[in-house]
Design a protein around this ligand. Sequence first.
Ligand SMILES: Cc1cc2nc3c(=O)[nH]c(=O)nc-3n(C[C@H](O)[C@H](O)[C@H](O)COP(=O)(O)O)c2cc1C
Length: 498
Amino acid sequence: MLFGRLTAALNRLRLAMTVAVHPASPITEPAAKRMRLSPEMEGPQPAAIGTTVFPKPPNDSTASLATASTDSSPQPKKKKSRRSPKAGDWSIVPTSEQEVASAAACEETMSLPFELERSYAHELVYSNKLVLAPMVRSGVLPARLLSLYYGAGLVWTPEIVDKAIIGAQRSVDPETGIVTYHKGQGAIWTTHPIEKPFVIFQIGSSDPKLAAEAAKVVEQDVSGIDLNCGCPKPFSTHSGMGAALLSTPDLLLDILRSVLRAVDVPVSCKIRLLAGQQDTRHLASRILRTGVRNLTVHCRTRDMRPRERAIWDRLRDIVELGERRGVNVICNGDGEGAVNWEKIKEETGASSAMLARSAENNPSVFRPEGPVDNLTQVVPRLLNIAEYTKCSWGSIKFLLMQYRPSPPPLSTISRARRKELNEVLSRAKSVEELAENLKIELGQGKTLFDELDAKLRARPEWAVWEASRAGSEVVDPKPAEVQEAQAEEGNVLLAAAA
Ligand SMILES: Cc1cc2nc3c(=O)[nH]c(=O)nc-3n(C[C@H](O)[C@H](O)[C@H](O)COP(=O)(O)O)c2cc1C
């Protein structure tokens, strides 16, 4: 009895001590949050196309159509660590001398005229759209086409570094019309004329001259050029590209000016929030003045992790600057399609939202009616487009690994069946093998292309684009030495492209 009481008292004491030192207690929580704010790479490992650093190949043993929730074995419960922004996380009102100076400089910039006033034969409409974000590895041609099929208004290509695309040769597949930029065997970027009115090519650069040269290489196949100023990954920032440009705004602006002067398609820019709100406004005002047609803001700072909630309410200020200039501003961060588009509009004032991970998990999030089931509807389309576009199995497998199971009532398959499907995916060595094992009929690629073609032609943008190119001269912007090399090779595909 006495022993029982003693044990109970000891247990109470132990419990009290645990509460006092537990990380969730009020004393230690801020410290824990500070630790979470350390820099982290954005999204999965980089980065196949056109970058010099390559990603880890997908690990077969972890391949999954629906990683997390498909495994029926008990999983350790993950701590939910998305935190809401709180007052004090940033300063809305200028508090420091620096912020006061930035606020004044912003107003001064806003009072100045545009640096470069350009008009384009084909003006891109960036407003009132759900658009596909640039995503290294996940933004390959079949993924962009599927996004367009499901209703994406515009699609960004994954970042390609300037030097990677400069000097690339352009070839056209006479059967499918697919355009490939390549150096020797390695394809650097692949596109199809069907996506041209909607596709924006994103460049990674820290050099105005190289950025302009890179933009010229692909100009004939795209409707816009975008400069990546938001990627926080070391492979981008170590050479002064991506988010590093946020710390060198003069260089950032010089790159934009150089690209703006070089190409005859609209130019845009994608940034992240800076730590200070007034500094962000000032940077935005300078970018908006250059003559860019759109500014996309990823509503996270460079140091924020992808799982931390995007700070939408910081965007309203920037959207207002855009409105004063007549330049569109797109909201990026935590967009989920029709489900929260209205909320984004309400909270930010931005009419367009750019989707990255939600579209990576299920490209049909662009549907106004909401997504369809990944497994039964999206996967068969993806495999058929992959077969038709001759996309590599590695890329397709990577895409499939990002797909998440559609919740009921979209999907009603059992956990056991999901597990089985994951195994089928991890064992498969080709699109054909996977299609056979999933009992998906291939050979529908052309039909899907025709369906997509009809859908896209029905959009108002198509008519604008057709009108703008009517009578326009076809120019070949390839550098002279590339043209010579092509002539020497006598490449049939290249000849077909000419
Ligand atoms: C796999 C992956 C690759 C990415 N690659 C790029 C890129 O090439 N260029 C870029 O500007 N942002 C890139 N991002 C960032 C996204 O475009 C987007 O800004 C970010 O994921 C936030 O949007 P979300 O909350 O909708 O995911 C990438 C993100 C992911 C997940």
